[in-house]
Design a binder for this molecule. Structure first.
Ligand SMILES: NC(=O)c1ccc[n+]([C@@H]2O[C@H](COP(=O)([O-])OP(=O)(O)OC[C@H]3O[C@@H](n4cnc5c(N)ncnc54)[C@H](OP(=O)(O)O)[C@@H]3O)[C@@H](O)[C@H]2O)c1
Length: 339
């Protein structure tokens, strides 16, 4: 099979090589998927640049989500049949013509759903669902701030917050992203390159702050976010994109920028900090991944979740796809197609 192999940690155009690799065999409890579309996630950019601790050693095949058809069932798998159209999370290995993954991270997709949309629903929508529904439990009337709102996870968080009847604040980095945020129901879009989000949030909420913040920017964005929380507020930290384009000194600064929090600093103002790493959840609570995936597919069937497809590249254009995501050009999901 063909696979897009990460051969070195370099720029988008010199990091990948298309190689012939043996087709994986599904182990017990796994399925083998013939991949139609491989999803990109921002963590792939971090991994390509050597900034992702959990990434496999080089040469490696990245990729957290795929959609396609089931080609082979591992021992003990009874939930699926050969030929089923599915979307699935992979623990790396998704940038290839075939991927084997645990059946608990696989879901059937409705016949009318295209492969790119299905791919968007796995890692990004499941992360958003786990954060907003399982960890924070948003309620009607909650004031919610979504950082990087025009991205894949950001779009999913906004759609869920809207479904729950929340008042939504969201940040993004350009004017066209402001228009997009308005179009998906954000009440208070904030262009962080021109406006200070902490100041805007405090002004609009008359100094009270918001009930929940979802932040994958990291660094000082978290410290400012923590200050922007109302009593009972929770900030979910699930990424550190801010570290992706910095030199060593910048990274240390960004790491220190998160701030240091003694439990008394959480207890007295009644604020919480929640950390999420979906890989750890997949390792230790596979049933939770299955629950998130099924909930996400069901909400998409109801029309609550409608992923935006940022751009579809050919598999051979993996460099262009990475550049597109890294340079903040994307809104919604970026995929590469094998068809
Ligand atoms: N913890 C987990 O388990 C988990 C799971 C999935 C995703 N994540 C994290 O969630 C975040 C969103 O992932 P995604 O796949 O949906 O990506 P994405 O949001 O579609 O794309 C990344 C966006 O991040 C923003 N950004 C902020 N600082 C940036 C920087 N220094 N360089 C480049 N972009 C920057 C940009 O939007 P603006 O132009 O608006 O700034 C960019 O478009 C990522 O940080 C990812 O690592 C974590």
């Amino acid at each position: 099979m063909k696979a897009l192999v990460l051969i070195k940690q370099s720029d988008p155009f010199h990091s990948f090589e298309t190689r012939e690799l043996p087709k994986p065999r599904p182990k017990a409890g796994e399925v083998l998927i013939k991949v139609a579309a491989s999803g990109l996630n921002f963590a792939d950019v971090m991994a390509r640049k050597g900034l992702y601790k959990e990434a496999p050693p080089l040469p490696s095949v990245l990729g957290y989500d795929v959609s396609g058809t089931i080609e082979e069932l591992g021992e003990g798998v009874t939930r699926f049949q050969i030929g089923d159209r599915v979307t699935a999370m992979t623990r790396f290995g998704g940038y290839a013509e075939y991927a084997a993954t645990n059946a608990s991270a696989v879901a059937l997709i409705p016949s009318q759903m295209d492969n790119a949309t299905a791919t968007a629903l796995t890692t990004q929508y499941c992360t958003a669902y786990y954060a907003a529904a399982e960890m924070v439990q948003l309620h009607a009337g909650d004031k919610v701030l979504v950082q990087s709102g025009a991205g894949g996870v950001g779009t999913a968080l906004i759609q869920y917050a809207r479904y729950k009847g929340c008042e939504i604040f969201a940040t993004a980095g350009s004017q066209d992203k402001m228009d997009y945020l308005r179009s998906i129901g954000v009440d208070h879009p904030i262009q962080y390159t021109l406006q200070d989000f902490e100041k805007m949030v405090m002004e609009i909420t008359n100094g009270e702050g918001v009930d929940a913040i979802f932040d994958a920017v990291g660094g000082s964005s978290v410290k400012k976010g923590f200050r922007s929380l109302a009593a009972g507020g929770r900030i979910v930290c699930y990424g550190a994109a801010d570290m992706s384009d910095k030199n060593l000194f910048g990274k240390i600064n960004a790491a220190l920028g998160f701030g240091f929090y003694h439990p008394a600093m959480l207890m007295t103002p009644s604020k919480s900090i929640i950390g999420i790493n979906m890989l750890r959840i997949a390792d230790h609570k596979p049933a939770m991944i299955q629950k998130c995936l099924e909930s996400v597919i069901s909400l998409s069937t109801e029309g609550v979740f409608t992923p935006l497809i940022g751009k579809i590249f050919k598999a051979t254009e993996i460099g262009l796809a990475h550049e597109y995501l890294e340079k903040r050009k994307s809104m919604g999901k970026v995929v590469v197609s094998w068809e």
